[in-house]
Ligand binder design. Structure first.
Ligand SMILES: Cc1cc2nc3c(=O)[nH]c(=O)nc-3n(C[C@H](O)[C@H](O)[C@H](O)COP(=O)(O)OP(=O)(O)OC[C@H]3O[C@@H](n4cnc5c(N)ncnc54)[C@H](O)[C@@H]3O)c2cc1C
Length: 574
């Protein structure tokens, strides 16, 4: 037998939501557990995310008077996954996500509150809800992490207000419409930010008030610290060690050298997706593919999937991702998500032919699916363009460009003004600048304006669903997602088929055990999060539909590892 450099019970690869949930549960079950992280910061995409977690029939819903049941949740999940996910997986999630949630609330620092008005993404579908299943983590004081705060991955730039501080998802909804109340609230946040200056000074200028994914990961990290669970940074996992048909360890790179870790109970792969692996994206995903349109962590290069595949792990959903339309800033290597903009009234998305191709306000996954379908048909959908007028520009955000009433064109940085935001005095001049046929764009806008005046999008039904309207402007009636594009000057920003991470990967059973092509368990190997084929299939139930399963199956994987190892010992002794 090869020599080991270190011995533990369980090794967890990664440090996002899935990995940390596994680490916490394993430690509480008495296992000596170690997390290894490739990057020099921890938290992965989970730290950059909204931190929202989707759990049906969760206890917080009651507080807001929202009725739900396991049956309704299951009906909804069955409906949206359209037969792509085995019923037992869905049932497991419905039951176990609640157990995981209760456990974390009781035993760890991770607590949530329901977003009572955040609708499921298909609220009108059987079992769908108008709010409450999506929950956000309670804000967190980063200073509690002490020196470990510095290594918490920073949030996505798009999540920072004025590039400086974070706000909750509940508050973000109120900021979308910068009316008087919104402005007062914004000013209050700025005052609170100013008051935190002394605390910031202790942490290199980084603000300590954390929300969203930073609160999620901060809370999980502190829970790991409470348990003295080690997390080794800059320690990429490279190879699984198989002995007698069972995963018994992991080779990592430590201080630049191979380092062999024995793992009595096995290995949990929670290394995220292949967001940033161009070869894998080109091999498996739709075309065109790019690693610059994803908003996922740059260290997510499919390593966990590759390691599992090497041992015969079966794959599923490899052509899928948590799609979202994004825009791209000059010089940036990440997508800037356009989740809010697409619902706001007074814009449309068009392809290179100047034609609309989708309900822009639809769930973000569907918008990108439609974009790729249009690309197949027209060959001219990537990049697309978000086209809007002076009215939209004045009132609403457009990627990194804040509402004109707070950030007029004259105050935009040169980078944004000259190299990002396209502006023209007429629609025809705009068409010329973005190289779409002017007559087609004019016809598209004229038709859309007719729909906007009537309050009914006759082509794509924009604003028909309550989910479309969540980020609409409630002051606009009858349809908060529709206003004519009529007032000069006219503007455009590019739109690309981006994502929040990939969601195809290793096939697992209801206990997060990795399966081979024959559906057999690979002993000692577990996986969760975006390293696995998502139980959500090709769909997205609502905000938090990726973090929820990542936490849940990380948690279940740790339980299975502890139980399987105990079983294997008994078996060996018999
Ligand atoms: C801007 C943004 C907003 C989002 N908002 C939400 C939201 O509100 N709700 C929601 O449900 N989802 C959201 N998502 C998606 C969500 O963040 C991810 O799907 C989820 O966090 C994935 O969790 P994970 O644990 O699988 O992976 P991650 O959190 O990405 O963690 C994987 C970790 O593994 C590490 N790793 C990779 N390879 C190795 C290796 N060889 N050795 C060791 N470590 C390795 C990575 O460095 C990384 O730290 C958002 C994503 C983004 C980018």
């Amino acid at each position: 037998m090869a020599e080991w450099d270190h011995r533990v019970d369980l090794v967890v690869v990664g440090s996002g939501a899935a990995a940390m949930a596994a680490g916490i549960r394993a430690r509480d079950l008495g296992l000596d557990v170690l997390l290894v992280e490739k990057g020099d910061v921890y938290g992965g995409s989970s730290a950059m995310s909204g931190g929202v977690c989707w759990v049906g029939n969760n206890p917080h819903m009651r507080k807001y008077g929202i009725a739900d049941s396991d049956e309704e949740t299951l009906t909804y999940l069955r409906h949206i996954t359209r037969g792509e996910t085995a019923d037992e997986q869905l049932r497991t999630y419905v039951v176990e996500s609640k157990r995981m949630l209760a456990y974390l609330a009781e035993r760890t620092r991770l607590t949530f509150d329901a977003l009572d008005a955040y609708t499921d993404y298909y609220p009108e579908a059987p079992g769908g809800k108008m709010g409450g299943r999506s929950m956000e983590p309670d804000p967190f004081d980063g200073s509690l992490l002490g020196e470990d705060f510095a290594r918490l991955r920073r949030p996505a730039t798009s999540a920072l207000i004025l590039g400086k501080f974070m706000i909750t998802a509940r508050m973000a909804k109120r900021f979308i419409i910068l009316n008087f109340a919104g402005l007062v609230l914004m000013l209050w946040q700025m005052v609170k930010f100013a008051l935190r200056a002394p605390k910031r000074a202790r942490f290199g200028g980084r603000d300590t008030y954390l929300t969203n994914g930073n609160a999620l990961v901060g809370r999980l990290r502190l829970s790991l610290k409470d348990r003295a669970v080690p997390l080794w940074l800059e320690t990429p996992a490279e190879e699984l060690v198989l002995e007698g048909g069972r995963v018994v360890g992991l080779v990592v790179k430590k201080d630049g050298k191979p380092f062999r870790i024995a793992a009595r109970c096995g290995v949990v792969l929670a290394a995220g997706g292949f967001d940033r692996n161009l070869a894998m994206r080109e091999k498996y995903g739709p075309k065109p593919a790019s690693v610059a349109w994803t908003a996922g962590a740059e260290t997510n290069t499919g390593d966990g999937i590759a390691m599992g595949m090497k041992l015969g792990g079966a794959l599923a959903l490899m052509d899928e991702a948590w799609w979202t339309p994004v825009t791209q800033l000059p010089g940036m290597t990440s997508g800037w998500v356009l989740v809010v903009e697409k619902s706001l009234p007074g814009n449309i998305f068009v392809n290179g032919n100047g034609e609309r191709f989708t309900n822009e306000a639809a769930p973000y996954v569907d918008v990108v699916v439609a974009m790729y379908e249009d690309q197949k048909k027209t060959g001219n959908s990537v990049p697309g363009w978000m086209v809007f007028d002076a009215g939209y520009r004045k009132n609403y955000i457009a990627g990194p460009v804040g509402p004109g009433k707070a950030m007029p064109d004259s105050r935009l940085s040169r980078r944004l003004r000259d190299r990002f935001l396209v502006k023209a005095p007429t629609l025809a001049a705009l068409a010329e600048k973005i190289r779409v046929p002017a007559d087609r764009l004019a016809a598209t806008v004229e038709r859309f304006n007719g729909f906007a005046r009537a309050g009914k999008d006759g082509d794509f039904g924009r604003g028909d669903s309550a989910s479309d309207r969540y980020y609409g402007d409630e002051r606009v009636s009858p349809n908060p997602c529709l206003l004519p594009i009529a007032k000069a000057p006219f503007y455009a920003i590019p739109v690309f088929p981006g994502d929040l991470g990939t969601k195809g990967g290793l096939r697992t059973d209801t206990h997060a055990r990795v399966l081979d092509e024959g559906g057999r368990v690979i002993a000692g190997l577990y996986a969760a999060g975006n390293t696995t084929a998502s139980i959500m299939g090709r769909s997205y139930p609502g905000a938090g539909g990726t973090v929820g399963p990542a936490l849940c199956f990380g948690f279940l994987g740790a339980e299975a590892a502890a139980k399987d190892a105990a079983g294997a010992r008994t078996h060996a002794a018999a």
